[in-house]
Design a protein around this ligand. Structure first.
Ligand code: IMP
Length: 430
């Protein structure tokens, strides 16, 4: 049947995990893999059988699947400390992680504490401060360390050399406070490395064999199209490719393996970190902020799963969505948080921008120009009914149905899944 890729269409945090989780169970997906990013990502998974919710970062969302195999692919970056913490939290819920159900690519790169320190000392885009940029930088300039290094007796010397160069860099950056004691760092790595070694393997060969056998595979995108290092609002992007091509290649699957590309969009949309946000709520719309975000601590609240930072909130942007579709070629659209729009009398949805007094329907390539754009909205009538947990499209208020159909028609792609609440079951499948 081919592989399914789940891709963020906006600035991340679209709720991709909800659909991944649903499809893993509904379609009995055998393998779920990550091909980009590291612990900068955050997704919440809920296991109804055990009644536990976990905030995961790099661990694929299939960990609670009965026989699901979770793969962290070549294009990912792994911080051994953070990853082992995630493994521990999954195991604390009663799951048994074995080399059969968790596979880490020997080609994935390693994030060290000094990568995080350099990130903290050099960041200009509001990064998650997890060391992701410096790790991909080291990979690109070919001084990075891959997981395979830990399979060699000499790993301590190799890690030591990289930390030495990072320490020197931190001194040049005039941050002696961030320089680390090398022996201590190596010592701290011993236990996490010992724990992950059995899981390190050649995931490309594994995936290729499974793909040839016709196994169901899902590629779980991290971050999103507008944070993609090639196609996003550069420089306000992450350091990996988060679009369908990047996450597929990053996992080590051929592009031809992918037959379904699900673009996920959140209504309302959000952004963390710096960079343009054309449909951001205005000051006059401040009273809508809490309705759309939920109040902190309650279900639906908009705070980053990795950083805890408040997310900026705005209206659905179809100009951006169309651009994301151009880049990814979505076959399906998934919408999350339709329920958060209940009770808003008029729903705005951006259908064009104005740039230098001209109306445009294409996203400009130049980020400075995007910053100069203002959104032109189509206004659609809202609905008052609470729709939390509605699971059939025909049971939605007619205005909610029309809102979804408007998006579908604008993009020319079917909306096949709609999130109607925080629980896994709060979902419409069409
Ligand atoms: P980095 O990936 O930590 O280098 O951060 C670069 C930019 O991407 C910052 O604006 C982050 O807020 C943003 N970012 C990275 N990962 C995520 C994510 O999973 N969700 C939302 N934003 C993210």
């Amino acid at each position: 049947m081919g592989a399914t890729a789940v891709v963020g269409g906006q600035y991340g945090d679209e709720g991709k995990g909800k659909f991944v989780h649903y499809l893993v169970h509904d379609e009995e997906i055998k393998i779920i893999g990550r091909g980009n990013g590291g612990c900068n990502a955050g997704h919440n998974v809920y296991d109804p059988e055990r009644g536990v919710a976990l905030a995961l970062h790099l661990m694929p969302s299939g960990v609670f699947g009965k026989d699901t195999v979770n793969v962290v692919g070549d294009g990912c970056v792994i911080n051994p400390h953070n990853f082992v913490e995630e493994m521990d939290s999954v195991e604390a819920c009663g799951m048994v992680l074995t080399p059969k159900n968790l596979k880490l690519s020997s080609r994935a790169h390693v994030t060290l504490q000094t990568h995080r320190n350099i990130d903290g000392a050099t960041d200009i885009v509001g990064s998650t401060a997890q060391g992701i940029g410096p790790t991909y930088r080291d990979k690109a300039v070919r001084i990075g360390i891959r997981l395979e290094v830990f399979l060699k007796d000499s790993w301590r010397d190799i890690v030591c050399a990289l930390i030495e160069s990072h320490n020197a860099e931190l001194l040049v950056l005039e941050r002696p406070d961030l320089v680390v004691v090398i022996d201590e760092e190596i010592k701290k790595l011993e236990a996490p490395i010992a724990k992950i070694i059995p899981f390190i393997t050649d995931t490309v060969t594994y995936l290729s064999d499974e793909n040839a056998k016709g196994s169901t595979i899902m590629i779980e995108g991290a971050q999103a199209t507008m944070l993609d290092t090639n196609h996003g609002t550069y420089p306000y992007v992450t350091s990996s490719s988060a679009t369908v091509g990047g996450i597929t290649i990053g996992l080590g699957l051929p592009l031809t393996a992918v037959t379904r590309v699900i673009g996920v969009f959140k209504l309302p949309m959000t952004r963390v970190g710096k960079g343009p946000f054309t449909t951001l709520l205005t000051e006059d719309e401040a009273d809508l902020h809490d309705t759309l975000a939920g109040v902190k601590g309650e279900k639906g609240s908009e705070f980053g799963a990795t950083t805890g930072r408040a997310r900026s909130i705005g209206w659905m942007d179809l100009v951006m969505a169309k651009y994301a579709h151009r880049v990814n070629g979505f076959t399906d659209i998934g919408l999350t948080k339709l329920d958060m729009l209940s009770g808003i009398p008029v729903l705005k949805i951006a259908t064009s921008y104005t740039l230098n007094s001209q109306e445009i329907t294409n996203m400009p390539a130049d980020t400075e120009q995007i910053e100069l754009c203002s959104a032109n909205y189509t206004e659609l009538p809202g609905w008052t009914e609470v729709i939390t947990g509605v699971s059939e499209f025909s049971k939605l208020p007619i205005n909610a149905q029309s809102y979804v159909q408007f998006i579908e028609e604008y993009l020319g792609v079917p909306v096949t899944m709609i999130g109607t609440g925080p629980d896994n079951a709060d979902l419409i499948k069409r």
